[in-house]
Design a protein around this ligand. Structure first.
Ligand code: 9J3
Ligand code: ZN
Length: 314
């Protein structure tokens, strides 16, 4: 991976000379000193030590296959529960977030469960993703029987709560948001992306929806299906959902091998590693993760099939 060039190798002593003016025009000396101070400050911000200046959204160390497969990433995680009584438009949930504020703000992701299910069915994703450097909100829905269109609205209500009213709102960069969900929550993930194109990433997990076509979606979308899904069979759900996304949209289809509709309900390293890569690449614009998405992953013991494009350059 190429090193990005850094600016500001120049010394601040190359600023304006003030020698001859010193006695006669002390005001200019003060002005020059301020200029030098400004240059020094700029040098400090953009100097060789400040790697994050290349991409202000990059968080955490350079990734490896081991780091994205690990049960936990580099950030210690805290959590806070949100009562359904304290919010409107969704059913409350649990926010998982990096404990430290030393690295600035993070992107954020809301995750919806499926039909008849609770946040507990997708809770493994909370600390798994948050420890990589995201604020993650696993939610309950208003009722467990809510349909995908309702789940899509609830994902957006939860994002709005998270960025505008939650106790962690100041830790979030509200321009870098994503949505995920299982089954009808995955169908809702597509609904949310369709109605809010400013979303930076969407990941439907074994998604279910009666609407089979999603040409309206421009948000980068990774659809994860399961080869043995008999509740939302990939042939009538995940595959047509993927195929109907515009080819100009960053999109991918990952079909899990030896998996069922409920595989996303327990800790799963294939789901985690490609979800982390997708969120990092598109929410954080972090091209260090492109190595895991492009060239496209090959079929393997855990991947039945992978389709998609290499990320369009931002
Ligand atoms: O959220 C889901 O698991 C959707 C699959 C389902 O039960 O659909 C039946 C209407
Ligand atoms: Zn449609």
């Amino acid at each position: 991976m190429p090193q990005h060039p850094h600016t500001s190798a120049g010394s601040p002593t190359s600023g304006p000379r003030t020698g001859g003016a010193r006695r006669r025009r002390p005001g200019r000396l003060a002005g020059a000193a301020a200029t030098i101070a400004a240059v020094v400050g700029l040098t400090t911000l953009t100097g060789p030590g400040a790697h994050a200046a290349d991409n202000p959204y990059e968080r955490g160390p350079a990734p490896t296959t081991a780091s994205i497969e690990a049960l936990r990433g580099p950030y210690a995680v805290s959590e806070t529960s949100v009562s359904s009584l304290a919010v409107t438009g969704f059913g409350g949930g649990t926010i998982y977030y990096p404990t430290s504020t030393a690295d600035g703000t993070f992107g954020a992701v809301v995750v919806s469960p499926g039909y008849t299910a609770y946040q507990s069915s997708i809770s493994w994703l909370g600390p798994r993703l948050a420890s990589q450097g995201f604020v993650v909100f696993t939610i309950d829905t208003l009722t467990t029987l809510d349909q995908p269109d309702s789940r899509g609205r609830q994902l957006l209500a939860a994002l709005d709560y998270l960025t505008q009213r939650s106790s962690v709102r100041t830790r979030i960069d509200s321009s870098r948001l994503g949505v995920m969900g299982h089954s009808m929550g995955g169908g809702g993930t597509l609904e949310a992306a369709k109605s809010r194109p400013s979303l930076q990433a969407a990941i439907p997990l074994t998604p279910w929806n009666l609407d089979k076509t999603w040409p309206e979606v421009t948000t980068p979308t990774l659809i994860i299906g399961a080869d043995g899904d008999t509740i939302a069979p990939v042939a009538t759900h995940a595959e047509p959902f993927y195929s109907s996304l515009p080819s100009a949209t960053d999109r991918a289809y990952l079909e899990l091998n030896g998996a069922t509709h409920f595989t996303p309900n327990t800790s799963n390293t294939t789901i985690a590693k490609y979800s982390i890569s997708w969120l990092k690449r598109f929410i954080d614009n972090d091209t260090r993760y492109e190595q895991f998405l492009c060239p496209l992953p090959s079929a393997s013991l855990t991947i039945e099939e992978y389709r998609g494009n290499c990320p369009h350059t931002s």
